[in-house]
Design a binder for this molecule. Structure first.
Ligand code: AMP
Ligand code: MG
Length: 339
């Protein structure tokens, strides 16, 4: 039987009678976006498309490590000791990311960009480049010296941050979730209240889909090894809820028999390696679903379960066993959603 997760509260909207579904899609952040709207009125699809793309482009212009000249890129390349006015929402996302780093003891680290780049998961060099080599221990130590998020000084009144020198911010583990939130809120502000917004697999559902049903979404699940049982689907009613999944099976490379996924443990200076196949997090804000799913992936099952339980985070851990099978564990807050 499938597992079904439902929210504990209604989000204040009511189902629309005779609604029709409209789908819009496009590209952003090196991935795709998709928005579903359920409405009974004529839907100004092109007006919505422009508004959606505006929100996504704003996040890229401020927070992309891939776009030369983004606010984040300029901060990263700035000389040591220089202060920079940070626009909103960059400043807000930085504050959230620093909170996550503090709470997780640096398992989540927005200043881990030097390591992300070293391991080939930044713009250049790419782990897919011919001749890309696994970094040496000396190179790891050099990069580690530039990953202290506590060295970032921040003047909250002036909304300015100081580049301590060589710190390379990377918001890739949190900005996508924020982008989902922005798009969803913009649509709500435009009077479009029944929406499912997705950017690169991270989703936020508001209101209802068709026929009075919530937006039903199956959690992404990692592939099982050959011959092992696949997991039964977990179906979620995304009603005032968001979901993000981090996994070791996407964007990863294998070298010398070792598997190197794109999630880095910044405390060790290398990609995570504890057999956690994926972590899905449900949260009312997609920014937090995104940040927590990365954090828990770095912490691993034991430490991750403890921190998630302490903060009442609804998370589902999928652990790879020695025989290739997959084992699921739910935090207490996730168990509550099973009804
Ligand atoms: P996600 O898919 O949300 O888990 O984000 C993964 C991306 O975030 C990677 O491709 C890196 O750019 C960056 N990243 C990797 N490890 C970390 C970490 N421990 N803390 C913050 N960002 C990270
Ligand atoms: Mg993330």
């Amino acid at each position: 039987m499938n597992r079904v997760l439902v929210p504990l509260q209604l989000d204040g909207t009511v189902p629309v009678l005779g609604a029709r579904k409209h789908t819009l899609c496009g590209e952003t952040m090196g991935t795709t976006w998709r928005v579903l709207c359920a409405t009974s009125q004529a839907c100004p699809v092109e007006v919505l498309r422009v508004a959606i793309q505006e929100e996504l482009d704003l996040v890229v212009a401020q927070m992309s490590t891939w776009l030369p000249g983004s606010d984040l890129d300029r901060f990263n390349r700035a000389p040591a000791g220089t202060w920079h006015a940070l626009p909103e929402p960059f400043a807000g996302v930085l504050e959230a990311a620093v909170w996550m780093a503090d709470v997780s003891g640096g398992a989540f680290n927005p200043a881990a960009g030097a390591l992300v780049n070293l391991w080939g998961f930044g713009p250049s060099p790419r782990y897919t480049d011919p001749g890309f080599k696994v970094p040496t221990e000396a190179a790891v130590q050099t990069a580690l010296a530039h990953t202290d998020w506590r060295a970032l000084r921040w003047d909250a009144d002036l909304r300015q941050a100081c580049q301590p020198g060589g710190v390379w911010l990377d918001f890739s583990a949190i900005a996508k979730g924020h982008a989902v939130d922005r798009v969803s809120r913009r649509l709500t502000d435009m009077g479009v209240r029944n929406t499912l917004v997705e950017v690169g697999g991270e989703l936020r559902g508001q209101g209802f889909g068709l026929a009075g049903q919530p937006w039903w979404v199956d959690l992404e699940s990692p592939p099982a090894a050959q011959g092992a049982h696949a997991l039964l689907p977990t179906r979620v009613a995304l009603h005032g809820l968001c979901v993000a999944t981090s996994g070791d099976y996407r964007r990863a490379f294998t070298h010398g028999g070792a598997h190197w996924p794109h999630t880095i443990d910044p405390r060790q200076g290398r990609p995570v390696d504890h057999g956690l196949a994926s972590v899905s997090v449900l949260h009312e804000e997609c920014l937090w679903a995104d940040a927590w799913s990365t954090t828990l992936t770095v912490l691993g099952q034991e430490e991750g379960m403890a921190l998630a339980a302490e903060h009442r985070i609804a998370a589902l851990f999928v652990q790879r066993e020695c025989d290739g099978s997959l084992r699921e564990t739910l935090t207490p807050a996730m168990e509550e959603l099973t009804g």
